[in-house]
Design a protein around this ligand. Structure first.
Ligand code: GRF
Length: 224
């Protein structure tokens, strides 16, 4: 039996596409059983439909409270009996009670090297701060925003000529490699969330957990 992934999106869906491709080629020993968007206009819904994946919209604007929205979200997730709730550009913060209910099964990708640059506009803020390295982080979701234990990170060097758009593109390309990799470990049971930290049953190669991406997507390399 392969693990069942429920993917939550709000927009473009490029990570959803990368995860679907990784499932299809067998990199992730799991399958996407449903895609939920909180926005009816999310482009990612079309990606899901084209891949033949079941979709559901749970529009947060139709609920009078965050709690009611999350009850509907939990019902949609339960309907598909997901093993993993995979946040892929899902732009709503959760209440502690939602996080508790799904604790240890809820993962996210964030476009920065956490704990730096939690929240929004990470690429702009990284450029303003003048960092040399930027990147992306896959982490378990806990009640603290972008604060859960880190599963894997991809680092991208910031070039002098980078602007917000070019840096975002480089980070996104790294995300598309990082997230499938991390989900593969989760589906294989290589790690679990144990209290406030990770417990590895089988530690992955350093070059996969700490991905070092060069400027060119296809010449990405790892420390040797
Ligand atoms: C990604 O940069 C991800 O890190 C962030 O939202 C963006 C989603 O992009 N959480 P996409 O919808 O997967 O293309």
């Amino acid at each position: 039996m392969t693990d069942r992934l429920v993917v939550l999106i709000s927009g473009r869906g490029s990570n959803l596409q990368a995860i679907q491709d990784a499932c299809a080629r067998g990199q992730i020993p799991g399958r996407i059983v449903g895609v939920i968007s909180n926005r009816p206009e999310a482009a990612g819904l079309e990606i899901a439909r084209r891949a033949g994946l079941p979709t559901q919209v749970v529009d947060h604007r139709l609920f009078s409270s965050r709690e009611d929205f999350e009850i509907a979200l939990s019902e949609a997730i339960a309907k598909w009996s997901g093993d993993w709730i995979v946040l892929a550009g899902f732009m709503r913060a959760f209440t502690p009670s939602f996080v508790d209910r799904h604790r240890g099964r809820l993962v996210n990708i964030h476009p920065s090297l956490l704990p730096a640059f939690t929240g929004l506009h990470t690429h702009r803020r990284a450029l303003q701060a003048g960092v040399c390295w930027h990147g992306a982080t896959v982490h378990f979701v806990t009640a603290e925003l972008d604060g859960g234990p880190i599963i894997a990170q991809a680092a991208v060097p910031v070039a002098p000529e980078d602007d917000e758009a070019t840096l975002a593109g480089k980070v996104l390309a790294a995300e598309h490699r990082l997230y499938p990799q991390a989900l593969a470990w989760l589906c294989r049971g290589q790690l679990v969330l144990d209290g406030e930290s990770l417990r590895w049953r089988e530690f992955p190669p350093m070059r996969e957990r700490c991905l070092l991406a060069t400027h060119s997507e296809d010449s990405a390399c790892a420390p040797r």
